[in-house]
Design a protein around this ligand. Structure first.
Ligand code: NSS
Length: 429
């Protein structure tokens, strides 16, 4: 007999024979009966091992096996309303594949303990549902890019350019030369639009940020897109279409996950274009009305963004930040003091999930801004070539995949959107 996924076993009728394999999730014993709940990647099922219905040795093994022992079980399906999923498996064969030692994780443990045991905590129901959801979100993103004529490309994550500012790069010795772990694939994507026009990539990005917030990771999965012939406005149109596609597909296909996590399908279905667009100048006014002391030129932090979107149900865009608040590659707007950029802030207080902009075409303007940052201009020569040989108006954006999951899954910390979070002072396990 083939092994069946537990999800399928739970669809079988009274008296049907099934064979499953997985891990002991919970166990209790009353006299001659052992109730062992078994889990696999698809769900959980209650099994009943009765003395006399299996061999003596099998019964003793079932008695001895601690939770998280791996097992193969055969038996007969019995309909029972009280059991999870409405079915029980009456066991005829119980084989322990590996006896687990005493599992260190029990209820009510500290966050630090759970992070130290992340490799084991990944088996928890919550993290299992989040990881499934993340996998599906990535599938829906791919779907959207494919339907919209983008090519997926594979840029390098070793670089000599600190595109998002030298203060937050990890540097290392590259055979005698200083190099960095990439903060963004943007510059490489820009190079590829001249042959492919619309490109996107998914790469790890690294930020040596000393921030301890609920939404900063040191290493995160960065989804970036770059489009030839597209201005900042059209760039926002594309972003809102992509995000609403993902939300709609999650609502359609990930019901068990979002329900478990406390996110309603209707909330996601309501995420439809257009998203409100406000200028930085207007955002400043709103923040001042809410009591923030904030000056023209300041970038927004977590509390500012939360205040801007705490009552929103859809994401919003904040556009036209001051030149001095943003990166050297953003196109300066006709007003001369702002850039053609947009941050997409997720609703319910979640804050920034996407940063995007139209790209500057003037080499002089970029050099001037890079010099203010103290960057080594020589390393940007190749990038300036992109402006020298057939430059076209173009725009792009970067989405933090874990930020998106953090919002959609209603998590209270971004660390649970990734299996092995890299945080300030934590790179273990
Ligand atoms: O710094 S960004 O705002 N923009 C860029 O890197 C552009 N070069 C992207 C582009 O146009 N191709 O980062 C983009 C997004 C940001 O909106 C967040 O969602 C995410 O990357 N991000 C992070 N996620 C998790 N942790 C950290 N530390 C982090 N930093 C940025």
């Amino acid at each position: 007999m083939e092994f069946e996924k537990i999800e399928n076993a739970l669809k079988k009728g009274e008296g049907e024979e099934v064979r499953i394999r997985g891990w002991i999730y919970r166990k209790r014993r009353t006299g001659k009966l052992i109730f062992a709940v078994i889990r696999d990647s698809s769900g959980i099922i209650q099994t009943v091992v009765e003395k006399g219905k299996v061999s003596e040795e099998e019964f003793n093994d079932a008695k001895k096996a601690l939770i998280e022992s791996s097992v193969e079980v055969e038996g007969i399906i019995h309909e029972d309303e009280r059991a999870p999923g409405g079915r029980e498996l009456h066991v005829t064969k119980f084989r322990v594949v590996s006896f687990a030692e005493d599992f260190p994780i029990t209820e009510h443990q500290s966050v630090e303990f759970l992070l130290d045991n992340r490799h084991l905590w990944l088996r928890s129901r919550k993290l299992t549902e989040v990881m499934k959801l993340k996998s599906e979100i990535l599938r829906f993103i791919r779907e959207w890019f494919h339907e919209n004529d983008f090519y997926e490309v594979t840029p390098s994550v070793i670089t000599m350019n600190a595109a998002e500012g030298g203060a937050t790069v990890f540097s290392f010795d590259y055979f005698g030369q200083p190099a960095y772990l990439s903060q963004t694939a943007q510059m490489y994507l820009e190079a590829m639009i001249f042959s492919l026009e619309r490109v996107w990539s998914l790469t790890p990005s690294f930020r040596a940020e000393k921030s301890r917030t609920r939404r900063h990771l040191i290493e995160y999965w960065h989804l970036e897109a770059e489009e030839a012939w597209v201005d900042n406005k059209k760039n926002m149109d594309l972003q809102e279409e992509m995000i609403s596609h993902v939300c709609r597909r999650v609502a359609e296909e990930c019901k068990p996950q979002i329900e478990f996590l406390g996110r309603k399908a209707e909330e996601l279905k309501a995420i439809e274009p257009p998203f409100p667009r406000i200028k930085y100048e207007r955002a400043l006014e709103i923040l001042r009305e809410k009591g923030f002391e904030i000056e023209w030129g300041d970038d927004f932090g977590v509390p500012h963004e939360r205040a801007l979107v705490e009552e929103e149900e859809k994401p919003i865009f904040v556009t036209n930040f001051p030149v001095e608040a943003k990166a050297f590659y953003m196109k300066i707007a006709p007003d001369g003091k702002t850039v053609e950029c947009a941050d997409m802030l997720a609703p319910e207080g979640y804050g920034e999930i996407i940063g995007g902009s139209e790209r500057e075409e003037s080499i002089e303007s970029m050099i001037e801004r890079l010099k203010k940052d103290g960057a080594n201009i020589e390393n940007y020569e190749w990038y300036f070539d992109l402006r020298r040989y057939g430059s076209v108006p173009h725009s792009g954006f970067g989405l933090g995949v874990e930020r998106l999951v953090y919002w959609i899954a209603k998590l209270d910390h971004i660390r649970d959107a990734t299996p092995f979070p890299r945080l300030l002072r934590r790179a273990y396990p």
